[in-house]
Design a protein around this ligand. Structure first.
Ligand SMILES: CC(C)(COP(=O)(O)OP(=O)(O)OC[C@H]1O[C@@H](n2cnc3c(N)ncnc32)[C@H](O)[C@@H]1OP(=O)(O)O)[C@@H](O)C(=O)NCCC(=O)NCCS
Length: 231
């Protein structure tokens, strides 16, 4: 397993358009439809990140993604190569593994967490959040949010899995489990505090999750991608 993170930098409109010519048409159209420039950059860097990782790990350059019926991308010819990406705020993150994997990053912003948790989380998740002093409740809310999101992204079924149908349990020693239909599932989880104001959660079907996040610099990632396309 490897986990990656890229801090987003602004890209000129001209460079963005040029880079969009080096990815597949569907993604290019998706990026063009975003009104917010940051959304464009995040989606583009997510795509470039996974493409560079694929070239490095699998040595293939002719990359065509398939998608399951809930939109999770995968490589048909490489069932042992599992990946997932996520973007939020100033970060794009990605994870690869030989078993299904899910990753989620969220920028911690003030929201009415109590109402949201009451509506979308289980009672035990809600209690886990609000049992804390009020200054850390928001952070605990985002922990549960990213963990839940990493789980549904690992399963690959998006929000077709009702958020209240499974419950995340964070034990005292930070051991994290998921319960669904009154049974513990085999998924393992890890939370990362990459930087102040961000939460990252990884969910895996492997027993061990890497402790390390590989930080990549946006410009060197882009240059690598351009080089791969020229070779
Ligand atoms: C689509 C979904 C899988 C993730 O959405 P998200 O959190 O907005 O987006 P992220 O940045 O974490 O991940 C997006 C990436 O996940 C991948 N992805 C798309 N569908 C996926 C799926 N069904 N399963 C796993 N990964 C998926 C794609 O690579 C996508 O990248 P792209 O948008 O650049 O193409 C889905 O879970 C969703 O719609 N979530 C809404 C968020 C929410 O309401 N959460 C409630 C709190 S628990």
């Amino acid at each position: 397993m490897k986990i990656y993170a890229v801090r987003i930098l602004d890209i000129s409109e001209e460079k963005l358009n040029k880079l969009c010519l080096l990815i597949d048409l569907e993604k290019k159209c998706k990026i063009e439809k975003f009104i917010n420039k940051k959304d464009k950059v995040r989606a583009l860097i997510g795509e470039i990140l996974i493409r560079v990782i694929i070239v490095q790990e699998l040595g293939i350059k002719n990359i065509t993604f398939e998608k399951n019926k809930y939109g999770k991308p995968y490589l048909k010819e490489y069932p042992k190569f599992n990946f997932n990406i996520s973007h939020s705020g100033e970060f794009v993150v990605g994870a690869i593994d030989d078993k299904p994997i899910g990753i989620d990053v969220e920028e911690v912003k003030y929201i009415e967490y109590e109402e949201i948790a009451k509506s979308f989380f289980t009672i035990s998740e809600f209690n886990y959040i609000i049992k804390n002093d009020s200054d850390i409740c928001l952070s605990k809310f985002y922990e549960i949010w990213t963990l839940k999101e990493s789980y549904i992204k690992c399963c690959g079924q998006g929000l077709s899995i009702p958020l209240k149908s499974f419950s995340i349990e964070v034990e005292k020693d930070e051991n994290i489990k998921v319960v669904s239909n009154n049974e513990y599932k085999e998924h393992t989880f890890k939370l990362f505090d990459i930087e102040l104001g961000y939460k990252i959660a990884v969910c895996s079907l492997n027993k061990e999750i890497s402790n390390n996040i590989i930080r990549l610099e946006q410009n060197s990632l882009i240059n690598k991608y351009i080089r791969f396309n020229l070779e």
